[in-house]
Write a protein that binds this ligand. Structure first.
Ligand SMILES: NC(=O)c1ccc[n+]([C@@H]2O[C@H](COP(=O)([O-])OP(=O)(O)OC[C@H]3O[C@@H](n4cnc5c(N)ncnc54)[C@H](O)[C@@H]3O)[C@@H](O)[C@H]2O)c1
Ligand SMILES: [Zn+2]
Ligand SMILES: [Zn+2]
Length: 349
C-alpha cells in the first residue's frame, strides 16, 4: 500500500510500504477513508519530538471501514465504518477505568514506531488497530465522516482543555493558540458555559475564525496580550488560560495573564525540559497547572451527542481537502499556514 512516512526532519514521503496485517487476536485492519494532519504531527515533522524510526507511517487521525478482524474481536464486524481515538486503550486497566485512557498500560499512540516497536499511523491506505474492541467507535447515526474524524482527536482535545479549566458562566477565559485544537477549545469552553473568551494568535484568518466561534480576538504581534487582558479584567487577569500552543513563549504568557488562584490548562504538546516560570511565581499566584495527553476514547462518548445536536459548525475549521498522495504538500501548507490553511483532510479514493 501507499502511505505518508517520516523520512527525517521536514521530510515526509508518499511511498510504498508493507500492508498492515492482523498480528494479535484483538487487532482490526481499517481501510482509511479520511485522515488529517494534526499540530502534533508537526512536532515530529520538525524533530522537536525525536525517537521515531525513519519509515514510520505518520498520523493518528483517521476514519474508515473495517476490512479484517482478529479472532478475539467481538464488537465489530467487517464493513463497519469506524473512528478511532488517537491512542489505543484496553478499557479494563486501572487508568482506563478512571477515564484516563491516554495512559492505558497497554495503549499505543498511532504513528509512533521507535526501535521497531509501536503502531504505524493512519495517513495511509490501511492501518492496523490494536485492542480494536475497546478502541474503535462505530460512527453513530447523525455523525458525518468529517465530524467523526474530528471526534477522534481534536474535538475531544479542545473539550478536555476546557474541562480542565473548570469553566463557569461568569468567568473570563483566554485561549492561547487558534489552530484547529484552539478553535475547538473555544467551542469546548462555550459548551461548558463560558461567556467571555479571549482568543490569542497572530494569524488573521485563525483569529477571524475564533471570532466567528464567539471569542474576542487578540493578535499578539499587534497588541501586548498582558496589557489587553489586564485592562479588560480590571487588573485581575483571567480565571483560566487554555494553552493550546505548546511553547515556552505561550506558557509564559499564560502565567502573565492568569489571575491569582487561577488555572492554566495545557493541551499544547510541550517538548522543552524546563518551565518558563519558577516555583516562586507559581506559589505567589496560587497557581494550578494542568497538562497532558487527552483521553480521547473517554471523551468521545461524552461528545457524540454534542456532535449529533449540530449545535456547532465543526467542519468549518477544515480549510483544505487533498488526496493522500499530496500529503507532502499538505504538511508544508499546514505548517506554513499557506493559503489560510487551518486544517487539512487527506482523502483516499
Ligand atoms: N494534549 C493532547 O492530547 C493534544 C492532542 C492534539 C494536539 N495537541 C497539541 O495542541 C497544539 C495545537 O495543535 P494544532 O493542531 O491546533 O496546531 P497548530 O500548530 O495549527 O496551532 C498552533 C497555533 O498557535 C499559534 N501560536 C504560536 N505561538 C503562539 C503564542 N505564543 N501565543 C498564542 N498563539 C501562538 C500559531 O500561530 C498557531 O495558529 C499542538 O502543540 C499539538 O501538539 C495536543
Ligand atoms: Zn493529534
Ligand atoms: Zn487500559
Amino acid at each position: 500500500m501507499k502511505a505518508l512516512t517520516f523520512c527525517g526532519k521536514e521530510n515526509i514521503e508518499f511511498q510504498e510500504v508493507a500492508d498492515p496485517k492482523v498480528t494479535a487476536p484483538q487487532d482490526a485492519i481499517v481501510k482509511v477513508k479520511l485522515t488529517a494532519i494534526c499540530g502534533s504531527d508537526l512536532h515530529v515533522y520538525h524533530e522537536r519530538e525525536t525517537g521515531l524510526d525513519h519509515g514510520t507511517v505518520m498520523g493518528h487521525e483517521f476514519v474508515g471501514e473495517v476490512v479484517e478482524l482478529g479472532k478475539e474481536v467481538r464488537n465489530l464486524k467487517v464493513g463497519d465504518m469506524v473512528t478511532s481515538p488517537f491512542t489505543t486503550s484496553c478499557g479494563a486497566c486501572f487508568f482506563c477505568k478512571k477515564g484516563l485512557t491516554a495512559r492505558c498500560v497497554a495503549g499505543s499512540l498511532y504513528g509512533w514506531v521507535e526501535n521497531g516497536e509501536g503502531l504505524h499511523g493512519g495517513q495511509a491506505e490501511y492501518v492496523r488497530v490494536a485492542l480494536a474492541d475497546s478502541t474503535l467507535v462505530k460512527i453513530p447515526e447523525g455523525v458525518t465522516l468529517t465530524e467523526a474524524l474530528l471526534l477522534g482527536d481534536i474535538l475531544c482535545t479542545g473539550y478536555f482543555c476546557a474541562d480542565m479549566a473548570q469553566i463557569s458562566p461568569e468567568g473570563a477565559y483566554a485561549v492561547l493558540g487558534c489552530g484547529p485544537v484552539g478553535l475547538l477549545a473555544i467551542l469546548g469552553a462555550r459548551e461548558l458555559g463560558a461567556q467571555t473568551i479571549y482568543a490569542v494568535d497572530c494569524v488573521p484568518e485563525r483569529l477571524a475564525h475564533a471570532q466567528r466561534f464567539g471569542a474576542i480576538p487578540i493578535n499578539f504581534q499587534q497588541q501586548d496580550v498582558k496589557e489587553v487582558i489586564l485592562e479588560k479584567t480590571q487588573g485581575i487577569g483571567v480565571d483560566a488560560v487554555l494553552e493550546v500552543v505548546g511553547s515556552n513563549a505561550a506558557e509564559r504568557t499564560a502565567v502573565d495573564i492568569v489571575r491569582p488562584g487561577g488555572i492554566i490548562s495545557v493541551a499544547g504538546v510541550h517538548t522543552a525540559n524546563t518551565f518558563s516560570f519558577s516555583p516562586v511565581e507559581a506559589y505567589d499566584k496560587n497557581l494550578t497547572y494542568k497538562i497532558g495527553r487527552c483521553s480521547a476514547r473517554y471523551y468521545m462518548d461524552k461528545l457524540i451527542p454534542v456532535v449529533q445536536s449540530k449545535k456547532y459548525d465543526l467542519s468549518s475549521i477544515i480549510s483544505h481537502r487533498l488526496p493522500l498522495a499530496d500529503g507532502k504538500k499538505a504538511y508544508e501548507m499546514f505548517d506554513k499556514k499557506c493559503d489560510n490553511c487551518t486544517k487539512v483532510i487527506l482523502e483516499n479514493s
